[in-house]
Design a binder for this molecule. Structure first.
Ligand code: NAP
Length: 248
């Protein structure tokens, strides 16, 4: 999150809700939102007792539990920014992994995001439109051995993002396509493949999205693929140099 102004949407004064905000990137997003002037930040988690950020409003939210999603939307009717960050990867192969594991990835990443979007859309509209940010991956666009189920979920979330943007013209609907970070989900993937960790936390990394030359080539390919669609602007490197990449 490098700016206070996302195409006209101001973080300053916003009321944000972040899913999966008890650790990893979600916790970081919640903290940055507070630091950058959000009026209120609902930090949600499956186990709200694990939320340790001072200044946030903790809420219980398992995005795969419809009743919890509706309860969160009923509790946070003032939301103007929904950050769909919660995500899982179970290191799945299409041909050999138990399909239940692939379904579980889709359940959280795609269906959980869709449930949150549907539940919070009325409040966003009532509050002037606001914004939705879906946290995706460079793997929205390319496969990598051992993460194919995850890749499918991120591609589906990207399609979701583009479709919801059409259905909610008054809301800024965007996706953050991350490359290499140094977070728990990524470390778990590396361990599952028997690969040692590399580098220090917070340094530009080389996850399935990657941040090196190969990743830039894949991002450029993706940019060229979407360029024909017309509705997508360009892929940019994160100016903060955290190895992140995003569509703007
Ligand atoms: N780190 C990277 O390099 C990277 C790269 C590309 C994209 N991303 C995306 O960034 C997002 C965050 O990744 P991360 O690296 O911060 O992962 P992480 O450290 O594993 O954190 C995942 C978060 O999602 C939550 N979560 C999982 N299932 C949930 C559910 N059903 N309902 C609500 N919350 C749930 C977890 O909660 P619990 O504590 O309860 O498990 C945790 O807070 C994900 O969408 C991921 O796909 C990350």
């Amino acid at each position: 999150m490098t700016t206070k102004n996302l195409n006209g949407f101001r973080i300053e004064g916003a009321v944000a809700l972040v899913t999966g905000a008890n650790r990893g990137l979600g916790r970081h997003f919640a903290r940055q939102l507070l630091n950058r002037g959000a009026a209120r930040v609902y930090a949600t988690a499956r186990r709200p007792e694990t939320i340790d950020l001072p200044g946030v409003v903790p809420l219980r939210l398992d995005v795969t539990d419809e009743a919890q999603v509706l309860a969160a939307a009923a509790a946070a009717t003032d939301v103007t920014l929904l950050v769909n960050n919660a995500g899982v990867s179970h290191s799945t192969y299409f041909l050999t992994t138990d399909p239940a594991a692939i379904r579980a990835e889709m359940e959280t990443n795609f269906w959980g995001t869709l449930a949150a979007v549907r539940a919070f859309a009325p409040a966003l509209t009532a509050n002037g439109g606001g914004a939705i940010l879906n946290v995706l991956s460079a793997q929205s666009w390319h496969a990598y051995p051992g993460t194919n189920g995850y890749h499918a979920t991120k591609a589906a979330q990207w399609a979701l993002t583009n479709g919801v943007r059409l259905e909610l013209p008054g809301t800024l609907v965007t996706a953050l396509h991350l490359g290499g970070g140094r977070h728990r989900l990524q470390r778990r993937l590396r361990r599952a493949e028997g690969r040692p960790g590399r580098g220090r936390a917070g340094r530009p990394g080389r996850d399935r999205g990657g941040s090196g030359r190969g990743a830039r080539r894949r991002m450029e390919q993706a940019r060229q693929e979407v360029a024909g669609g017309g509705s997508h602007p360009v892929v940019r490197r994160d100016p903060g140099g955290h190895g992140l990449t995003h569509l703007v």
